[in-house]
Design a protein around this ligand. Structure first.
Ligand SMILES: Nc1nc2c(c(=O)[nH]1)N[C@H]1C(S)=C(S)[C@@H](COP(=O)(O)OP(=O)(O)OC[C@H]3O[C@@H](n4cnc5c(=O)[nH]c(N)nc54)[C@H](O)[C@@H]3O)O[C@H]1N2
Ligand SMILES: Nc1nc2c(c(=O)[nH]1)N[C@H]1C(S)=C(S)[C@@H](COP(=O)(O)OP(=O)(O)OC[C@H]3O[C@@H](n4cnc5c(=O)[nH]c(N)nc54)[C@H](O)[C@@H]3O)O[C@H]1N2
Ligand code: SF4
Ligand SMILES: [Mo]
Length: 847
């Protein structure tokens, strides 16, 4: 790193704990800060998940924290498209008034929310949910709806929850359209992959058209033709069944509907599927046999299939591989895990094995009645008690007794109300204009513009975007920009002047993730699940504000909660957390419509009583309690052994004080059964729509290219120095600075192309110039461009300087999954054109 060598006069700054924000693993980091700069960065050995591991990417996070991309004043768009600086009060007043105007004229459901958190920042977006509810919104989306919604829907059918593979212990690891060497997604991915590769008793199977870094380590690489996974993976599943390698007794005992699944797989023509996907039949059969012979197997699918044809079907087929072999709820298998707060699926309380407290039902009825009827007097009494130490003491004791009696029976329904309102797992259905399927409350990303660019009376009218850059990251950027410009109001909250911000009516500058409390809700680990609340490394950049502050300021202006309630709850919080809990839960019980405003209520009330600068930690208090209420035994095994209210308090205190992160839940392999949400506790193996779809596609021949577009372009490959568009400064990249187009040796040879040449890539929706890298990773007919490129970053001469190709200048909004609309970013028909000679030799005048 670039820090000055320390001398006796310049003592080393202290190492402060934080985390990497560049992928969902959120490895723990220790950082030295000098003059607001992250001067030294290393992995944090004390982090309970990553234990000191990092990849190469976070070492220059300074390029995120400081640079020409940062904005520090609210901006308002002028009629000519330029921006003027305005003060915060003007911005907040105008935005609140315009939101209210759209709500009053068209309904709150016409205000659309997008984003709310990237790879490391979910706290700000969680506060944003309160604004969503405050304006009466209905529709939202984020990047999950262009990757994980199909898989999420399959998960809901099979077991109603989310799964992770135990790759550290598995005998056979299967990666489908996933390159964990570069993209991680598995904690400490590289050591785990190396272990797998070097152990002769274990095996790695990779399904990828490309010889990715992971495929190069694999025992079996099924190098299929792009977009043919449905044929390849169904052939593996069919081999398991047709060669009688499946776990028949296990399927009988633990699943329903397996008969229908087996019937469809028995009819698959394995040889024909092998031909279609371009993999030798023997290799497919060998892969199936290896999985069946293993003591354990786990699978991981990602964008290679989720952003390719038949993605929902392939998600189902992926899960068949471990289901048919009974690889669930055992070491090395696939597991449903605990959550801090579920970001996929429904909040699901698993009762303690200690059983409910005596007379729980009767107590619950009594308490609910008391809380509903008595909420207002109770709140007043507790608030009044805040005035003197003596009455505070009495009120606290009273709250203690009441919580001791009522917390357990009342907490589950109260917590469920809050969790279901904020998480919106049941907000399904279809979109008002185009009738697209909504999963877990999310509109398919590829349907968003259809809901805007239309004269349909129910079209969306306003859009709020936080911590996301959809004008860059969604298919067909041009159309998204057009959609933004046609709305009555668009607001962007970001640290940078992004492509999306450049289309917005208002841009609100946020404090960076190292200038405020932040946390990631990617608590997807099994069996040791961890959560880290990061404290700020420095104060917000002057002129910026934190998201919780921004959301509270807007909701204040909308005036949706009366001041009296906020005052009473704050007074209760000054008595004690017990008194606050009692008052708070009673208030929500009495007025269920407040559940969606919980983040705001906590921020304004409990938050006001937390130490200076820690107000946004208030929501973490709520999350800690929801987590303990849902998984009391797993949380107890992690060391938080209090019962009821005391357990949530212990967990909260630990999260609050342990900067390196906390092991919050310790699952056992058999717990996965308890996390199944179907009342019969079984996996519901048959998904009729997808079994029909499998039978249907088996009779078709895939064809994605044409004479006009003979290549399949994968637009958005993860490489060593890509991290979505979190870091904009191109100098961040140590290698592959321009993000070259990868092409096979055969295709390059035929066209006389060499590494370093420049070509034009043309698709049905756009064209771009790019440098070329001839690569033995690629098969003929397949080309790839990295993600994260093509963003503006000012250099000395050009405020709009761009390096590399923005992948979504080339993608299409309509090439998408027929079920859940996930885009086919990995499968874009394309052609390559040589540049006119003058250009290729670098003659600037030709530009
Ligand atoms: N370095 C880095 N890491 C990241 C990110 C990043 O930007 N940079 N982003 C993070 C995010 S948000 C995500 S969602 C994950 C994504 O992580 P991955 O899904 O692993 O990343 P990709 O490289 O997009 O795609 C994986 C593989 O799919 C292959 N593929 C292409 N077409 C097909 C096909 O038709 N079939 C199959 N089976 N495979 C195909 C590609 O060759 C590639 O090797 O990465 C996360 N980690
Ligand atoms: N063609 C193609 N398109 C793709 C993909 C692909 O492979 N190919 N991948 C898709 C996938 S899997 C994903 S996950 C998406 C990712 O795309 P996006 O959802 O757009 O997310 P990020 O790139 O993570 O953008 C994060 C934004 O948050 C901002 N930000 C950073 N810190 C803060 C903060 O503290 N507060 C606020 N308010 N903002 C902050 C950053 O400046 C940045 O603008 O892209 C998708 N788009
Ligand atoms: S990019 Fe991902 S794997 Fe690499 S250090 Fe950051 S969180 Fe860890
Ligand atoms: Mo993603």
């Amino acid at each position: 790193m670039t820090a000055e060598p320390s001398t006796p006069d310049t003592p080393q700054p202290a190492w402060k704990k934080t985390a990497c924000i560049l992928c969902e693993c959120n490895c723990g980091l220790e950082v030295q800060v000098t003059d607001r700069s992250l001067t030294k960065i290393r992995g944090d050995k004390e982090h309970p998940g990553s234990a000191g591991y990092t990849c190469e990417k976070p070492l220059r996070l300074e390029k995120y924290q400081n640079g020409r991309h940062r904005i520090d004043t609210p901006l308002r768009r002028r009629a000519d498209g330029s921006y003027e600086e305005i003060d915060w009060d003007t911005a907040l007043d105008e935005i609140a008034a315009e939101l209210a105007a759209v709500r009053d004229a068209h309904g709150g459901d016409k205000i659309f929310f997008y984003g709310g958190g990237g790879q490391g920042n979910h706290l700000g977006g969680s506060y944003g949910r309160a604004l969503f509810h405050a304006v009466g919104a209905e529709y939202m989306s984020n990047a999950l709806a262009q990757e994980k919604t199909g898989e999420g829907w399959v998960d809901q059918h099979l077991y109603g929850n989310h799964t992770s593979g135990d790759f550290e212990h598995t005998e056979v690891a299967i990666f489908i359209g996933k390159n964990p060497w570069q993209s991680h997604g598995v904690a400490r991915a590289r050591p785990v992959l190396k272990e797998l590769a070097k152990d002769p008793e274990r095996a790695m199977i990779v399904i990828d058209p490309r010889r990715s870094e992971t495929a190069q380590m694999a025992d079996i690489h099924l190098q299929l033709k792009p977009g043919t996974d449905a044929w390849c993976v169904s052939a593996i599943a069919a081999t398991l069944v047709q060669e009688d390698l499946h776990a028949q007794a296990w399927l009988q005992r633990h699943t329903t509907g397996s008969h229908d699944v087996l019937a469809v797989l028995r009819r698959i023509d394995i040889a024909d599927h092998a031909r279609v996907c371009g993999v030798a039949e023997e290799q497919i059969r060998a892969a199936a046999r290896r999985v069946a012979a293993a003591k354990s197997a786990a699978t991981y699918e990602d964008l290679g299939v989720q952003q390719s044809p038949n993605s929902t079907l392939v998600s189902y087929l992926n899960k068949m591989m471990w289901m048919l072999t009974g690889n669930f709820a055992k070491p090395g298998g696939v597991h449903i895990h605990s959550w801090m707060f579920p970001i996929a699926g429904r909040w699901h309380p698993v009762p303690s094995e200690q059983g409910p407290p005596p007379a729980a039902c009767a107590r619950a009825r009594l308490a609910t009645t008391l809380m509903k009827r008595g909420a207002t007097p109770l709140l007043r009494a507790v608030a009044a008690a805040a005035r003197s130490p003596w009455s505070r003491h009495i009120a606290d004791r009273g709250a203690d007794v009441a919580l001791g009696m009522f917390f357990e029976p009342v907490s589950v329904p109260a917590a469920r109300r809050i969790a279901d309102t904020l998480g919106r797992p049941d907000a399904n259905g279809t979109t008002p204009v185009s009738g697209a399927n909504i999963v877990g409350g999310l509109i398919p990303c590829n349907a968003i513009t259809d809901e805007i660019v239309t004269d349909h009376p129910d079209r969306l009218r306003a859009m709020w975007i936080d911590a996301s850059n959809p004008a860059h990251s969604l298919a067909e950027s041009d159309r998204f920009r057009e959609a933004m410009r046609s709305l009555e109001l668009t607001v962007v909250v970001d640290v940078a002047m992004t492509e999306t911000a450049r289309q917005a009516d208002y841009v609100l500058p946020a404090a960076s993730q190292f200038e405020k409390h932040e946390a990631s809700l990617f608590t997807l680990h099994f069996p040791h699940n961890t959560f880290q609340l990061r404290a700020p490394l420095m104060a917000p950049l002057p002129g910026t504000r934190t998201e919780p502050d921004i959301y509270a300021a807007i909701i204040d202006r909308l005036g949706v909660v009366e001041a009296r309630l906020l005052d009473d709850l704050t007074a209760a919080a000054r008595v004690s957390r017990r008194a606050f809990a009692l008052a708070f839960f009673s208030a929500i019980e009495q007025r269920p419509e407040l559940a969606g405003l919980v983040p705001y209520l906590l921020y304004k009330t409990l938050g006001a009583t937390l130490p200076e600068g820690e107000r946004s930690v208030a929501l973490i208090w709520g999350l800690a309690h929801l987590c303990a209420i849902a998984q009391p035994d797993a949380v107890a095994r992690a060391g938080f052994s209090g019962r009821g209210f005391a357990q949530g308090e212990q967990l909260f205190d630990a999260i609050h004080t342990r900067g390196e992160g906390v092991l919050f839940a310790e699952d056992r392999y058999e717990d996965a059964w308890g996390y199944i949400q179907h009342p019969d506790g079984k996996i519901h193996a048959a998904i009729p729509e997808l079994l029909e779809e499998l039978a249907r596609i088996a009779a078709t021949e895939p064809s994605y290219t044409s004479d006009e577009f003979p290549f399949t372009l994968s637009a958005g490959e993860r490489r060593s120095f890509t991290a979505n568009v979190i870091i904009r400064d191109p100098e961040w990249r140590r290698r592959d600075k321009e993000g070259a187009l990868r092409i096979s040796e055969a295709d390059a040879g035929e066209r006389g192309l060499h590494t370093g040449d420049t070509v034009r890539v043309v698709t049905a929706t756009g064209a771009a110039e790019t440098s070329v890298e001839v690569s033995d990773m690629m098969q003929p007919g397949h080309i790839s461009l990295p993600n994260g490129m093509g963003v503006t970053y000012p250099d000395d001469d050009n405020p709009d300087h761009v390096v590399g190709v923005a992948p979504n200048a080339l993608t299409s909004g309509t090439r998408r999954d027929k079920f859940f609309g996930t885009p086919w970013h990995k499968n874009v028909p394309a052609r390559i054109e040589p540049l006119p000679a003058a250009r290729a030799t670098g003659d600037e005048t030709a530009a």
